[in-house]
Design a binder for this molecule. Structure first.
Ligand code: AMP
Ligand code: GLY
Length: 438
């Protein structure tokens, strides 16, 4: 009896009113997982999508409008804010909460503006890795004052040449060029404002050839926990051809990432990353998403992000058995040492259904039918909204993720594809070869 009372008290004390910022498939996966926790007293998603409504209350506000986020946090007596996308973090939303007397008591999952530079500035991330001796492609950085040095430097390189806009450029800031003249033209265009301020500094990087994978680390600044590993598929076409997209599918766990590879990632990359954050006093309480490439079985960092990945989250969270509310709370409260990460050993595959024409121009507002026919898969919404008659409408390029479990990722993929076939909207497209290179 006494035990039960204690258990109840304990539950109550951790019971939380949560505000989740963002509107994509990643945020639907967050809300799906958060709402399964006995500690999730209330969940608000700003702005959310038609799928997140099943797990909480959508609030029509823009996460980059900090005063609006503040008003919502106060009105709904929020205990914890979780920031899904990078932009509010890079703009300093964590600092905004930390510095406001009315908001200071609210736990915040996501790094400070200084910490978010790991994603917000490629030049910062490269210098950070150099300082910490973390394996990554060799690089130089240039501003417009040193354009001539940059052009000369490119002449000495072997193509392909990788050019990266320093700042956030909506996923379009990385160019890979097969000849030096083109690279020189692009460097000039970037430094002269092709991506606005984001390309005022450009990082020129050595091209690495290998297979990529995504590692997600929750850290409270001192301790860290590693989530299930995933691989995403960014190109629109099968066989990884055609234009880059926000992501066409994901798999967890990619079999080539074995225990030995993870040991190398932990020793050479995760630990020195956490140490570097500590040394620089970056106040990092949130997710570090490490984009890695395996080059002849050696891991190198391609990029850091300061948030979970999309569409990786749609495959990673279904494999996470640990209570996500507790994982987030402990991250923000600097109590991560006490959390155990438990994983589902099954494989998971997610297939993204996109609008016809994406990633080029596409139409929104198409009616989505037959979602009810999906069996033994999870549907995560991305670009969806509810129409005036309660019908489900497309509202973006990436529309839905269909996620399934299996003994192998091939089995999981087959299940997702079986269900993808049933779902209908005008122009629907998806890749059938997710995981083809594994
Ligand atoms: P990022 O925005 O840094 O993730 O870059 C986008 C994509 O460009 C990555 O996912 C890689 O596929 C590719 N990429 C970036 N840097 C390199 C590099 N140094 N070598 C080869 N490919 C790269
Ligand atoms: N899946 C890559 C990203 O979220 O940036």
């Amino acid at each position: 009896m006494l035990l039960r009372i204690f258990a109840t008290l304990n539950l109550r004390s951790n019971s939380m009113r949560i505000l989740l910022l963002g509107s994509g498939g990643r945020e639907h996966a967050f809300s799906w997982k958060l709402s399964q926790s006995p500690n999730c007293e209330a969940l608000f998603i700003a702005p959310g999508n038609a799928g997140t409504k099943a797990h909480g209350t959508n609030l029509a506000l823009n996460p980059n409008d900090f005063p609006a986020v503040k008003a919502a946090a106060l009105e709904h007596q929020i205990d914890m804010v979780i920031c899904g996308p990078e932009e509010p973090l890079v703009r300093g939303i964590q600092d905004f909460f930390a510095q406001d007397q009315e908001l200071q008591h609210i736990l915040f999952v996501g790094p400070s503006q200084a910490g978010a530079q790991l994603e917000g500035s490629k030049a910062f991330a490269k210098a950070f890795m150099e300082d910490q001796d973390i394996p990554t492609a060799a690089y130089r950085e240039f501003t417009v004052e040193h354009l001539d040095d940059g052009l000369k430097y490119l002449e000495e390189q072997q193509p392909p040449i990788v050019l990266k806009a320093d700042g956030l450029a909506a996923g379009k800031g990385v160019l890979i060029l097969d000849n030096i003249i083109e690279a020189q033209e692009e460097l000039r265009a970037m430094l002269e404002g092709k991506f606005g301020d984001a390309s005022a500094t450009v990082v020129v990087e050595e091209f690495l050839s290998g297979i990529e994978f995504s590692v997600f680390v929750f850290t409270d600044g001192k301790d860290y926990k590693v989530l299930p590993v995933a691989k995403d598929y960014k190109r629109i076409g099968e066989g990884d051809t055609g234009l880059n997209t926000g992501g066409m599918g994901s798999v967890s766990h990619p079999p080539f990432v074995d225990a030995e590879m993870m040991r190398k990632v932990e020793e050479r990359i995760i630990k020195p990353t956490i140490e570097g954050l500590q040394q620089q006093n970056l106040g990092y309480r949130g997710v570090i998403f490490i984009g890695l490439i395996s080059v002849e079985d050696e891991p190198f960092v391609i990029e850091y992000n300061c948030r979970m990945g999309d569409p990786e989250t749609q495959s990673v969270f279904p494999r996470l058995k640990t209570d996500l509310v507790e994982l987030c709370r402990a991250t923000a409260a600097e109590e991560l040492a006490n959390v155990n990460i438990e994983m589902d050993e099954r494989a998971v595959a997610s297939v993204i259904l996109v609008s016809g024409g994406y990633p080029g121009s596409y139409e929104k507002g198409k009616v989505i039918t037959n979602l009810d026919a999906v069996e033994d898969s999870i549907v995560f919404h991305a670009g969806t909204k509810e129409g005036e008659q309660g019908e489900l409408l497309t509202n973006g390029g990436r529309v839905l993720a269909i996620t399934s479990y299996g003994d192998t990722f091939q089995e999981a993929l087959a299940q997702s594809l079986k269900n993808a076939e049933k779902v209908q909207f005008d122009g629907v497209y998806y890749r059938k070869d997710i995981g083809f290179d594994l």
